[in-house]
Design a protein around this ligand. Structure first.
Ligand SMILES: Cc1cc2nc3c(=O)[nH]c(=O)nc-3n(C[C@H](O)[C@H](O)[C@H](O)COP(=O)(O)OP(=O)(O)OC[C@H]3O[C@@H](n4cnc5c(N)ncnc54)[C@H](O)[C@@H]3O)c2cc1C
Length: 311
């Protein structure tokens, strides 16, 4: 599909995601629509065998319980406890997996204090089990609070990472401000609908800024997660690190989403890189699914074929 057609489709899909009727319909028929291709079941028991199998194939794993925008403190506490249980299970079963979560899933929409308290409990558990956590990045209105909480967690527990989105104009200065502290940063293009006043409207600029941010991070102390399915960006990062003598493991890793661009990820493992599969699970998969559809409108065809396929 041409890029010209892709952009309005992306916008339409992300806008439809906010429509309660669409939400109800897709949620009802979701698994039949093929959400299972991107999601490892509904609970920890479903998730663990998928993570072990990914380890067996040479991948590290990032676990995410799907969900966001929680407005109930008891629910945010439940999510926090689930992440602590996950980290305990990884330690007990020696699964090579860490956790990545959204601060609005642990209470940021209720208050930054609650989000920090809950994220701190997860960080304490990660530290106790010699593991790590990463704060996903959400809409641009959450960037300041997320970076503030990352700094506190990193100072207190030393096992936190954060994310910068190359579609945001501000990300380069956010990265430069973090560089002196040897940050653990994941670079992504960005998955939300942002206005042109905050984000590059042109995909080529987003891609160029991605490479710029990745090279900047890789040229400094810290740890960089190059999270993309874009084969040309992956090739440029491979060239850059080889030319600079950055070792294939220890200073950076590649990351991809479960169910997407598997041949690319497999090739990287075969060439000796560390690759982390981001594997989500849980029943609240609707917004996640809509973002994956918006990234590649051709996936809509895949979903519709699943709906109408004879069973
Ligand atoms: C590990 C990981 C963590 C992420 N964390 C965040 C986060 O915290 N915050 C945030 O805003 N975003 C996050 N994202 C999403 C990211 O911002 C992009 O929306 C997403 O990665 C698509 O961009 P791309 O880099 O793959 O490049 P694109 O230019 O979108 O895609 C490049 C190529 O990859 C393939 N591809 C991409 N997406 C799909 C898809 N859905 N289905 C099938 N093929 C596809 C296609 O071949 C496409 O041509 C994350 C992505 C990854 C991989």
């Amino acid at each position: 599909m041409s890029e010209l057609l892709d952009r309005p489709l992306r916008t339409a899909i992300l806008a439809a995601a906010d429509n309660p009727l669409v939400r109800r319909g897709v949620t009802r028929y979701g698994m039949r629509l093929g959400a299972g291709r991107f999601v490892a079941g509904e609970n920890i028991a479903d998730f663990l065998p998928v993570a072990r199998e990914a380890n067996r194939r040479g991948f590290s794993v990032a676990a995410t319980l799907l969900g966001e925008s929680i407005r109930d403190a008891a629910e945010a506490k439940g999510v926090t406890e689930e992440y602590c249980r996950l980290l305990q299970a990884f330690a007990q079963d020696t699964v090579d997996a860490n956790v990545a979560f959204k601060l609005t899933h642990v209470g940021l929409d209720i208050s930054p204090e609650l989000a920090l308290e809950n994220a701190s409990r997860i960080a304490a558990q990660a530290q106790a089990t010699k593991n790590t956590l990463r704060l996903d990045m959400e809409q641009s209105g959450y960037v300041d609070a997320t970076l503030r909480i990352y700094r506190v967690l990193q100072e207190r527990y030393g096992c936190a990472g954060f994310v910068l989105q190359s579609y945001l104009y501000r990300s380069e200065s956010d990265l430069r401000a973090m560089l002196p502290s040897a940050p653990n940063v994941r670079i992504v293009k960005g998955a939300y609908l942002e206005p042109p006043s905050r984000a590059f409207p042109d995909k080529r600029e987003v891609d160029e800024n991605y490479v710029k941010l990745a090279e900047l991070a890789l040229s400094h102390e810290g740890y960089t997660a190059v999270a993309t399915h874009d084969a040309s960006i992956v090739a440029r990062v491979e060239e850059f690190t080889a030319a600079r003598g950055v070792p294939k493991r220890g200073r950076f890793e590649f990351q991809t989403l479960y169910g997407i661009a598997e041949p690319l990820a497999r090739g990287l493992v075969e060439r000796g890189y560390r690759v982390r599969l981001s594997i989500p699970y849980g029943s609240f998969w609707f917004p996640y699914l809509m973002r994956r559809l918006a990234e590649r409108p051709a996936n809509v065809g895949f979903f519709l074929r699943n709906v109408f396929a004879p069973r």
